[in-house]
Design a protein around this ligand. Structure first.
Ligand code: SF4
Length: 456
């Protein structure tokens, strides 16, 4: 089944699901109320957004230089910096590193880029236990699921769902309150932090001038993941770089206000390399991986480059009427919602995922809420245009093949009707959008039937 057909089937199943709708509406309404309060703290929100957009534009104009500056400075801080062109390269380098540290268990804080490269799956294959330490990520890991949303991974689960899940997995009381469930996870994770050989975090921002990694979170788990184990590994997309830490007073509150409605997230940390000689705490080694994974392709496209401004606040997902109806899993991609519909077709296989760019009413709410002013609907339209060109080229090529076959009596009569029907079913996705198919062929061709009837 094509990804497009799966998408349509899943959307048709989820949209009328009233339980899903009730949970999402409840969680989104709490988000909306908090974000409204968060935005009210700004005397001039538009000005802050314009400034953030301008800084990101500057970053894109100087991306190679800023990345080199970050690398140089991070190295002088004592960190090691590795570059990875794609996820395979990164996984290979990371597993070598983990083996050299004889790592058997690691703790990990929430990071979309590690979801993008399916890190846990790869670690499991080589026998390394990777424990998610963000509460939402922990819940979806225990459930054997992927994150539902880029900021709130377990948004689709009610408190009752989680209590039931923990009861099944850990034999806890099925009536635990939200506070008791949280305390249970906190206790369970404490041991994991103490015994982990390695801690992996993402990066919200990389500060080029200082070579520092900025990580912002609400539970203290990223802080513990970075400071308890002897090795701290950072995995970051190359678009995460900012000129310096003096940009953080603009970006940290914008991210918090749009992500969760907070003034600032509870823990905002800057990591300047491993523990220094005069420091008591901290990892002995810090390694930063800078991942491309098709970001350069976006960077080289004058239009799509704008998508690299994204700070992964999740506001466009929460604002999107399509996301609210079909839910995060229907996108079948790490990045969902409007920004996901722009970048996922390029991060994955464009021919298989370009239908995501059509999963939008183009109402423009996503443009309105984006703190870095990415013109999401413009980019969705741009993707659609690319999809049409791709489709037209494929149809042209397929038509060429069909033209040759249909004009050749020998070829047409060579195969049985059933084989022709199978061939037509195979070619249909290249010719038609929306799962349309050519009708089945009769078992005998017209000329065969004609000859047969003439003899009578
Ligand atoms: S595109 Fe904008 S609104 Fe959407 S996640 Fe990125 S920064 Fe947030």
């Amino acid at each position: 089944m094509s990804k497009h057909t799966t998408f349509k089937k899943d959307a048709a199943r989820v949209a009328p699901d009233l339980t899903h709708r009730r949970i999402i509406r409840y969680n989104m309404s709490r988000y909306d109320a908090a974000v409204d309060r968060g935005k009210e703290r700004y005397s001039d929100l538009e000005l802050a957004k314009n400034r953030a957009s301008a800084v990101k534009k500057y970053v894109l104009q100087h991306l190679p230089d800023l990345l080199m500056q970050f690398e140089k400075k991070a190295q002088s801080n004592g960190a090691e910096v590795y570059w990875a062109e794609n996820s395979e390269q990164l996984i290979e380098q990371l597993i070598d590193l983990l083996n050299s540290e004889q790592c058997q268990q690691l703790v990990k804080s929430k990071s979309m880029v590690t979801e993008e490269i399916e890190l846990n799956k790869h670690l499991e294959k080589v026998g390394i236990e990777s424990v998610e330490t963000d509460l939402g990520e922990f819940i979806v890991q225990v459930a054997g699921e992927k994150p539902y949303h880029i900021v709130t991974p377990a948004m689709h689960k009610s408190k009752q769902d989680i209590a039931k899940l923990f009861n099944q997995q850990f034999k806890t009381d099925p009536d635990l309150s939200a506070e008791e469930l949280t305390a249970f996870v906190r206790n369970l994770l404490r041991d994991k932090f103490i015994n982990a050989d390695v801690g992996i975090t993402g990066a919200n921002f990389l500060c080029a001038r200082e070579g520092a990694v900025a990580v912002t979170e609400n539970e203290g788990n990223a802080y513990l993941s970075a400071s308890f184990p002897k090795l701290h590994v950072v995995i970051a997309g190359i678009e995460k770089v900012l000129p310096g830490i003096d940009d953080l007073p603009l970006f940290w509150p914008l991210l918090a206000a749009h992500g969760t409605g907070q003034q600032l997230t509870v823990y905002s940390n800057l990591f300047f390399g491993p523990k220094k000689a005069n420091e008591v705490d901290g990892p002995q080694r810090m390694v930063v991986f800078l991942l491309d994974n098709k970001r350069t392709e976006l960077y080289n496209d004058a239009h799509l480059q704008e998508s690299l401004k994204c700070i992964r606040c999740g506001a466009c997902l929460n604002a999107c009427p399509v996301y609210k109806n079909i839910g995060g899993y229907t996108y079948n991609a790490t990045y969902s919602g409007p920004i996901g519909s722009v970048i996922s077709p390029h991060f994955k296989v464009f021919s298989s995922f370009n239908h995501l760019s059509f999963a939008s009413s183009l109402c423009g709410k996503c443009n309105e809420v984006c703190p870095v002013k990415i013109p999401l609907t413009k980019l969705l339209l741009y993707n659609r245009q690319k999809a049409q060109v791709y489709q037209a080229n494929t149809v042209k090529a397929t038509n060429g093949i069909l033209y040759r076959i249909l004009n050749n009596r020998l070829l047409m009569s060579f195969a049985h009707g059933r084989i022709k029907t199978l061939l037509a079913a195979f070619l249909s996705p290249f010719l038609f959008r929306g799962g349309k198919k050519l009708p089945p062929f009769p078992s005998k061709s017209f000329s065969e039937q004609w000859k047969k009837n003439k003899k009578r």
